[in-house]
Design a protein around this ligand. Structure first.
Ligand SMILES: C[S@@+](CC[C@H](N)C(=O)[O-])C[C@H]1O[C@@H](n2cnc3c(N)ncnc32)[C@H](O)[C@@H]1O
Length: 351
């Protein structure tokens, strides 16, 4: 009985988030059409069948999220966990930030970055306003709004989609079941503000967690958020995922969430090659990113609209890319993949 009520509460929460996300996007698009019509994105209408498919996939995502909590992969409390107070306080800032986003979009200005950024420290492809967001990934202001902006973009499904890396990761780590859990090292590549690390900590309370990102501002935000529970605090390292500052074979598990679509093709391969290098033989890589045209052709319009609304310079190339082929080229075997709403999850093993 208690379980049924909790499940209902979870579904109601997800439906509520979805409504807020849809309403927010509808209002902001209408406002932009009024205030900055030249830059307002021209999106394609969602066909009725696609809407039905999206609703069915959303339902399936909630179901698998609930089931995997029931299986004990992570606590049910994680399904309700979010910095609600913090997000409520930041929500007005998301609106206040919008006019500058609209201006950049209207002017097609995608290199509007803080003046003090040491550009030599970053690859050229990184020095852009991804999603037209203020300061790109290069300021505390951007880092402070990012989580909420992603929640709105995905209608509240970002964490349920991120959690899909947990099961294949936990299963992959069973290859090291003869070792103490506290000796296992799991690296989250492009960890951003640490939302995936937070989910992983609930599932792997004893493992050593490490997060890597190019943005020191995003890592500061991750540190602020994760250090609210000091026992959870992972090691946070600034670095380029193409050449990570970790020894060969030093990790038993690697996750990487929502990075691939923001990289040019060569960098995508370089990141997968380096994930392979840092894994110990027998170790597991779990990669999560946008679905692609080959696995989810029914969502082609949604993929196209994403690219039209946000500055995502490598997305079109990504959705047609052969990630299985790239994983094989990096040396991985046992490659398998599954889709969860708008996220594709690949699991691969280092032989
Ligand atoms: C779309 S965000 C995803 C963040 C996080 N994984 C999540 O689930 O929210 C992309 C992240 O990749 C980071 N990033 C982009 N290129 C990178 C690179 N070459 N090396 C390391 N991090 C990179 C960005 O700083 C940003 O935090």
């Amino acid at each position: 009985m208690a379980d049924a009520v909790t499940k209902l509460a979870y579904e109601a929460l997800q439906q509520g988030k979805s409504l807020v996300g849809v309403a927010h996007k509808e209002i902001s698009t209408r406002l932009m059409e009024l205030v900055a019509p030249a830059g307002a994105p021209k999106t394609l209408p969602i066909p009725p069948q696609m809407l039905k498919d999206l609703q069915a996939s959303h339902k399936a995502l909630m179901e698998v999220d609930w089931q995997e909590a029931e299986e004990g992969l992570y606590p049910t409390a994680l399904l309700f966990d979010a910095p609600w107070g913090d997000w409520a306080a930041r929500y007005p800032l998301v609106w206040l930030d919008m006019p500058s986003t609209w201006t950049r979009r209207s002017e097609r200005n995608v290199r509007d970055l803080p003046r003090d950024v040491e550009t030599d420290n970053y690859p050229d492809y990184y020095l852009q306003n991804f999603h037209h967001q203020t300061d790109g990934y290069l300021s505390d202001h951007s880092a402070s709004l990012y989580d909420l902006q992603v929640e709105i973009l995905f209608n509240g499904t970002a964490d349920p989609m991120r959690r899909r890396v947990i099961k294949p990761l936990v299963q992959g780590l069973r290859a090291f079941a003869d070792r103490p859990a506290s000796s296992l090292r799991v690296l989250d590549v492009a960890t951003g503000t640490g939302r995936t690390l937070h989910q992983l900590r609930s599932a792997l309370p004893n493992a050593q967690l490490v997060g890597l990102d190019l943005s020191s501002a995003y890592l500061r935000q991750a540190n602020r958020w994760l250090s609210q529970r000091p026992s959870e605090l992972p090691q946070l390292v600034q670095g380029n995922a193409e050449a990570m500052p970790f020894a060969e074979g030093s990790m038993q598990g690697v996750t990487c969430v929502f990075l691939m679509h923001e990289l040019p093709a060569e960098a995508r391969q370089a990141v997968l090659d380096d994930c392979f290098r840092v894994l110990e033989p027998g170790g597991v890589l779990v990669l999560a990113d946008s679905v692609q045209l080959s696995d989810s052709p029914q969502f082609e319009v949604a993929m196209d609209n994403f690219r039209r609304v946000f500055h995502e310079p490598y997305y079109r190339d990504y959705i047609g890319d052969d990630i299985n082929g790239r994983l094989s080229a990096a040396g991985f075997s046992g490659i398998r993949a599954s889709s969860h709403l708008m996220t594709r999850v690949w699991t691969a093993t280092k032989p």
